[in-house]
Design a protein around this ligand. Structure first.
Ligand SMILES: [Cu+2]
Length: 700
């Protein structure tokens, strides 16, 4: 490995002496300037540089670099994004404005899992419910922005190799003129199971007696194996309109999830997205019509685990299996118009989703098919209007309203199953369908009292619908000798929509060479959908039904904030750092909510000449002792890790090498406590020392 590296370095050195040296100003200084001037205090942007320099396996890992963003780990890859303690449907994770919903009821394939880094230019994070153009942006919106090539031809080739045989390779090429472009790309990702700081493989975390442990031959099998292909094209239709078409297919195979009871055989995704823009028509400007469709086909099972060993009951290759698929069709239309001193934007945002998952288990009526997500249709149509106008010299006010109608229908949930499985826990009179009308709105005021100072204050109230899983998941499971702690999983068809009433204050101070950003938020969430255990209402003596895990509406309080800064020091040094804190509690009991990240922080020192850089990054998390004891959540000790990386770039090439978790610390993220369905209860450690080398060629 080291010899190979030296050879590459020598070759690059020779190459550099012949070719003109890349002479742009350090990109990081430009980022500080851009953040100082263009990014509002309520927004964070993970730049293309950070994406390229990161050895992250997915968006979850990459975004954890931003203050207030965390991830839930279930395995080596497929980390779920958490924003200010809110996760799942409480936040929106989008790709170019499209929704790529996962098929797995255990979140094996969260939205960000379905696209590759190589497709992405930057990732924008809007904290708080200030995005009315996408339904359900209750806690915030994370939008990955796809690459748009500049005129001419371009090639991007990136190869990363690292510990545990990590291999990430991507190749994409584009040709663009002023009015049109075409892109073709392919990416491959592969790795063996990682090891934690104590040298244990992620597949070795189970005690010998556990039925959930990986079979001997599968402990060192692939942790994931993912192919992604994509094609994009844009063309001018007329002098004032363009249309763009993106198509992508991803085949993820053999993905291991040690936190769960099953692993993915496959997760196949097809994405189609078209965007037509018209400069001016019907009295509106910048009209956008977006139509998209995403479909996911997913199969998971326990074939790699001891639980699938043949026995009296286990007569197939698996003891349990879930076959899931989902598709989402979206239609969005928007435009704007100058009115008075300001600009009015109006739009339509609609979404039609179907989700179906069938579970088969040896423990339930000898592999009888169980409608786990019972073929649920969710239709949602929303309209919104936003208005922004200046108020005086250095201030502006922005506000908007949105109205949503949604209906949800569980097609394969019959009356009998509703009566026998759902009503014992949630009372009589439940329905297999529901509809909702809800409104959302916000008011945001930004003011720049001094040249370098920007203040942003906002109040918002936003609503999201309960999702098909929260309302209708149904998995009858009874405790057995083998799995005495098994609970059933039952949705709550009586759930109400969630409403977040939030206030925000952001202050940004920027000089030419530094920027400091502070954000505070206070959020009262009514009907927050919380996980809870429900037992047979007849009491323990007469109980005929097993305990069930389900959902309920509670009133919650979230508050906290982030402080971050970046500065250019003398002699091409740069210093950056951040702290973030979220606190969350049940307003009725004052008890902490589950799965809330502890106080976290980062500190980074970088030398960057524009041609080469070295960066030292310290990541820290405090102990989290605010836990939900009712869900048996346990405390997590604090930790700190050190990452180091260095790289050089010239002409079209760049070479980078680094080590994450340099001191091989053994630690857990508090959010590694992944919840059911199919949670094994064993915590998945974070990765120990991970060394990597990235060679990239960016031809323009
Ligand atoms: Cu799954």
């Amino acid at each position: 490995m080291s010899f190979g590296l030296i050879t590459i370095l020598t070759l690059l050195a020779i190459h550099a002496s012949v070719m003109p040296v890349y002479s742009a100003a350090p990109v990081i200084l430009e980022e500080i300037l851009v953040e100082g001037e263009k990014v509002p205090p309520s927004k964070d942007i993970l730049s293309v540089r950070e994406v390229r320099e990161s050895p992250a396996r997915d968006l979850g890992e990459a975004l954890a670099a931003l203050p207030g963003v965390e991830m839930v780990r279930k395995g080596t890859i497929a980390n779920d994004v958490v924003l200010r303690g809110l996760q799942r449907d409480n936040i929106n994770v989008l790709l170019d404005g499209t929704r790529v919903q996962g098929g797995c009821p255990s979140r094996m394939d969260p939205p960000a899992f379905h696209f590759d880094f190589a497709e992405i230019d930057s990732i924008e994070v809007t904290k708080g419910p200030y995005d009315l153009s996408h339904s359900g942006s209750l806690g915030g919106t994370i939008n990955a922005v796809g690459k748009t090539p500049s005129p001419g031809s371009s090639v991007d080739a990136v190869l990363t190799y690292g510990s545990f045989d990590l291999l990430h390779a991507s190749l994409s090429g584009s040709y663009a003129t002023k009015s049109s472009f075409a892109t073709l790309g392919y990416a491959y990702k592969y790795s063996l199971p990682t090891e934690s700081g104590d040298g244990r493989r992620i597949t070795d975390i189970y005690p010998e007696a556990s039925k959930n442990r990986y079979r001997e031959g599968d402990r060192d099998s692939r942790a994931y194996d993912i192919h992604t292909v994509w094609a994009k094209g844009e063309t001018e239709i007329s002098g004032n309109s363009r249309t763009r078409l993106d198509i992508a297919y991803q085949d993820a195979g053999h993905v291991l999830y040690p936190a769960l009871l099953m692993d993915a055989e496959y997760d196949r995704t097809l994405r189609l997205n078209s965007l037509t823009t018209i400069d001016r028509a019907l009295g509106l400007e910048d009209i956008e019509l977006q139509l998209y469709w995403t479909g996911v086909d997913h199969l998971m099972h326990d074939e790699f685990r001891e639980s699938s060993r043949p026995s009296m009951a286990v007569t197939r290759d698996y003891m349990m299996q879930t076959d899931a698929d989902t598709s989402t069709f979206g239609l969005r239309l928007g435009g704007e118009r100058e009115i008075g001193y300001g600009v009015l934007s109006i739009g339509l945002d609609s979404l039609f989703r179907n989700w179906d998952a069938v579970n088969r288990s040896a423990m339930f009526q000898a592999y009888a098919a169980q409608p786990m997500i019972p073929d649920v249709d969710l239709n949602q149509v929303g309209i919104y209007a936003e208005y922004v106008r200046p108020t005086g010299e250095n201030a502006r006010i922005k506000g908007g309203v949105r109205l949503d109608y949604a209906d949800i229908d569980a097609n394969r949930l019959n009356r009998e199953r509703l009566t026998t499985l759902y009503e014992p826990y949630h009372g009589d009179g439940l329905e297999t369908s529901a509809d909702f009308v809800r409104s959302s709105g916000y008011l945001q005021w930004s003011w720049s009292p001094l040249d370098r100072l920007e203040v942003l204050a906002g109040v918002a109230s936003a609503s999201r619908m309960p999702d098909p899983q929260e309302m209708f998941i149904g998995l009858e499971r009874r405790p057995t000798m083998m799995m005495p702690k098994t609970t059933a999983w039952i949705g709550n068809p009586g759930l109400d929509p969630v409403r977040n009433n939030q206030a925000d204050l952001g202050i940004k101070y920027s000089g030419g060479s530094f920027v400091v950003n502070a954000a505070l938020f206070y959020s009262r969430i009514d009907n927050f959908i919380e996980l809870a255990d429900f037992s047979d209402p007849d009491g323990p003596e007469l109980a005929t039904l097993p305990p069930a895990r389900s959902y309920r509406n509670i009133d919650a309080l979230f508050y906290g904030g982030e402080l971050s800064g970046q500065a250019s020091l003398p002699a091409s040094f740069y210093l950056g750092g951040s702290v973030a804190l979220t606190r969350a509690e049940n307003r009725a009991t004052d008890e902490p909510l589950a799965e809330i990240p502890p106080l976290t922080g980062t500190l980074a020192l970088r030398y960057d000449s524009g041609t080469w850089f070295v960066e030292l990054l310290e990541r820290m998390a405090a102990r989290q002792d605010r836990v939900d004891k009712a869900l048996n959540e346990t405390e997590t000790p604090g930790w700190a890790t050190t990452n180091i990386k260095a790289g050089l770039s010239f002409d079209s090439w760049s070479l980078m090498a680094g080590v994450n978790n340099l001191f091989d610390r053994d630690y857990f993220s508090h959010l590694s406590y992944q919840r059911d369905p199919f949670r094994s209860g064993v915590r998945v450690p974070e990765t120990g020392l991970l060394a990597f080398v990235t060679l990239a060629y960016y031809f323009r």
